[in-house]
Design a protein around this ligand. Structure first.
Ligand code: GLU
Length: 258
């Protein structure tokens, strides 16, 4: 299978902005094993801004654009260094791919990105994608990696897009506020009611929330690609997903467009 795995900042970093080694090591272990089993894996990893802020000893994630970009620049190095080291221990090669929104509307850029990704996969590499935060301001920014992962999934015709988040999936209400909130395990169609369940971002570190995840689901499912939201604190869920178990929330891709 060709699998896109999106990893959110809160899955990778502590609240301090420093890398969460335990979580990162477990995740890499499982992903390396899935690669060993013959799957093609593309990671879309957040964390550059958060980890950069941690490395620069900032007290919180910055809100102004230049400081965010400076943090991303520092954090992206750290992130790739760690991924390279962790995957290297399992003999896997990673590569860095930084994208902006123009892969969506500029045909030549899209073709270049797709050609690069296809070649990397053919060479058995694990591409690790992030937004190019240094240049991605306003008009060319995707803005969040949930959406970016969905765009990448459609560009390279992935079989599935898995968003590893700090929440188990989509709930009938905000589980942080409503104790009766129930996990929705399958979404056959993105109705208006489902779309209304997207609120703002709950995380102090990442930019994504349920709204961006639902937007990602819209992009994936209209292209016939299934998308799953699951909890990134339990990387072994990836094995269960591959075994066909019902994990987190699965959004079913529209097969007539597949
Ligand atoms: N590109 C941002 C980063 O690496 C993440 C965007 C997001 O959290 O969705 O920090």
């Amino acid at each position: 299978m060709r699998i896109i795995i999106k990893i959110g900042t809160s899955t990778l970093a502590h609240a301090t902005g420093m890398l969460n080694l335990r979580k990162a090591e477990r995740l890499v272990h499982v992903i390396a094993d899935l690669k060993n089993a013959g799957h093609e894996i593309v990671l879309v990893s957040s964390g550059a801004i958060g980890i950069g802020a941690g490395k620069l000893h900032l007290k919180q994630r910055p809100s102004d654009v230049p400081t965010r970009q400076a943090c991303a620049s520092v954090g992206q190095c750290e992130l790739m260094y760690e991924y390279d080291k962790l995957f290297g221990a399992y003999n896997h090669t990673v590569s860095q791919v930084l994208l902006t929104l123009d892969v969506v509307d500029k045909e030549e850029r899209r073709r270049n990105a797709v050609n690069t990704l296809e070649k990397l996969l053919e060479m058995n590499v694990i591409p690790i994608i992030n937004e190019n935060d240094t240049v991605a301001t306003a008009e060319i920014a995707v803005g969040d990696n949930d959406t970016l992962s969905a765009i990448v999934a459609t560009c390279i015709n992935a079989d599935i897009n898995i968003l590893m988040s700090d929440i188990d999936g989509l709930y009938t209400a905000d589980p942080h506020k409503d104790p009766d909130a129930k996990l929705i395990s399958v979404v056959p169609e993105l109705t208006e009611e489902i779309m209304a369940l997207g609120g703002g971002s709950n995380s102090s570190q990442g930019t994504g929330g349920m709204a961006t995840k639902l937007r990602a689901a819209q992009i994936c499912t209209t292209h016939g690609i299934d998308m799953i939201i699951c909890n990134g604190s339990h990387p072994s869920l990836l094995y269960d997903i591959m075994d066909g178990k019902a994990i987190g929330t699965r959004f079913i891709g529209k097969k007539e467009n597949a």
